[in-house]
Design a protein around this ligand. Structure first.
Ligand code: UD1
Length: 416
């Protein structure tokens, strides 16, 4: 199994071009099922993207890839089932459900399995689909979904602004009969990107000023060519990597507006952050300062996906930082791995208290999940000596060319 070997202690410096957003491209790949033909640019090379393309191929689509452009040509006789083996490759494959039902009037998938971030139920996805007229039967871990005739527009109130449930509802509603309103939807930039993609293909979706989403169903979608937005979490990770080494980095091809909750935290940690039109520059001299309180929240709050790389930075701060994880029940699995490198983190439910230490030391550690893995890489860059990071398949789900990118900034990292 591949691992990263990182010799810590080198100051990072240089420029990074940020790739397309993983969390945008996955639902948009599902959405391509509803189009005549789609061409996606700025599509990152990630194993999760490969998994989504495998699902599209299985469903009968022609899929081509050249560099960061992916072409999808759905066929008329599409299959409506995702086999268990493909569902398990990627937890977020559940977002295909709304698109398959909208296209075929039925869908069969297995339930996405137990999860590294704690329980990840899909009750809100199913509730939204039922509102739109889908009949759902669950047997032995499989979901059989069917709709009598066409899906029907409805008012959907999400008790929690789930990203995936909002996406599934949008996908099912955009070709439903009549009008759908989604109240309390997720407001992440990736939701807006999905709406923009669908509208470009001929859908009629408006995100209201108060956040509700209004969808007038159209008969069908046409052909579309689209650029995926930059990945704000990949961007945040590289900022943390540069900061922890007392270095500097210029990120290009970013949307700074999508990262507004992240900058104040980095500034509190002592970083100088300069925001350009589509660039972000960061520099940190010396040791980071502690951050009083980091609370993860739905967008526009601080993103849960950036919690772990930022926590790595707090591990070497000159004081104590407090984290509260409000989105996922169990998203501190990286804490015990960071402890192997000398970090002092105490956990109490959703709260993590991080007491900064002067120096981390290299150690053998394993990635427990995608962003937790990013935290270990971040920490290893500043640790004294060599770290051996195992189970990096988690990291490769969400970071394109990580070792080349960090090497270009001066890091001593190899994949072995
Ligand atoms: C998406 C992102 C993930 C990010 C998360 C929160 C993708 C591919 N993944 O995941 O990187 O960390 O948003 O920003 O875009 N919940 C329920 N019932 C449901 C659905 C969700 O209780 O039916 C709960 C979840 O267990 C979790 C919370 O809601 O505690 C947030 O989940 P959600 O917003 O749905 O996240 P994902 O779409 O899975």
């Amino acid at each position: 199994m591949a691992r990263y070997l990182i010799e810590g202690g080198t100051r990072l410096s240089g420029e990074v071009r940020v790739h397309g957003a993983k969390n945008s491209v996955l639902p948009i790949l599902a959405a391509t099922l509803l189009t005549k033909e789609s061409i996606l640019h700025n599509c990152p090379k990630l194993t999760d993207v490969d998994a989504a393309c495998n699902i599209l191929t299985y469903l009968g689509c022609g899929v081509t890839r050249e560099a960061e452009t992916v072409g999808i040509l759905p066929q008329s006789q599409d299959c409506c089932e995702i086999p268990d083996s493909l569902m398990r490759e990627m937890r977020s494959s559940v977002v295909f459900l709304g698109a398959i039902i909208a296209r075929c009037g039925e869908a069969r998938i297995s339930l996405p399995g137990g999860c590294e971030l704690g329980p990840r139920p899909i009750d809100l996805h199913l509730m939204a689909l039922e509102k739109l007229g889908v009949e759902i039967v669950e047997t032995h871990g499989n979901l059989e979904c069917r709709v009598n005739g066409r899906l029907k527009g409805a008012t959907i109130l999400l008790p929690f602004p789930s990203v995936g449930a909002t996406e599934n509802a949008m996908l099912a509603a955009c070709t439903a009969e009549g009008r759908t309103v989604i109240h309390n939807p997720a407001r992440e930039p990736e939701i807006e990107d999905l709406a923009n993609f669908l509208n470009r293909a001929g859908a009629d979706i408006v995100i209201g000023e108060k956040g509700s989403i209004y969808i007038n169903g159209v008969e069908q979608l046409g052909s579309v060519e689209y650029d995926i937005i930059p990945d704000r979490i990949e961007a945040a990770t590289y900022l943390c990597c540069a900061a922890i080494t007392g270095g500097e980095v210029l990120l290009t091809q970013v949307v700074p507006a999508h990262m507004e909750a992240i900058f104040p935290m980095l500034e509190e940690a002592g970083c100088v952050v300069k925001v350009g039109e589509d660039t972000v520059y960061l520099k940190l001299n010396g040791r980071p300062s502690p951050i009083k309180l980091v609370r993860t929240m739905p967008y526009p709050g601080f993103p849960t996906d950036a919690q772990s790389p930022l926590m790595a930075l707090s591990c070497v701060a000159s004081g104590t930082s407090v984290y509260v994880e409000n989105i996922f029940e169990s998203r501190y699995k990286h804490a015990s791995e960071l402890a192997r490198m000398g970090a002092k983190i105490s956990l109490e439910g959703r709260v993590a208290v991080v007491e900064g230490v002067a120096r981390l030391h290299g150690a053998p550690v394993v990635c427990t999940d995608l962003r937790g893995g990013a935290a270990l890489v971040t920490a290893a860059l500043a640790a004294e000596g060599q770290s051996e990071i195992g189970h990096i398949s988690h990291v490769e789900r969400g970071y394109q060319d990580l070792e080349q990118t960090l090497s270009a900034l001066g890091a001593k990292i190899v994949k072995a």
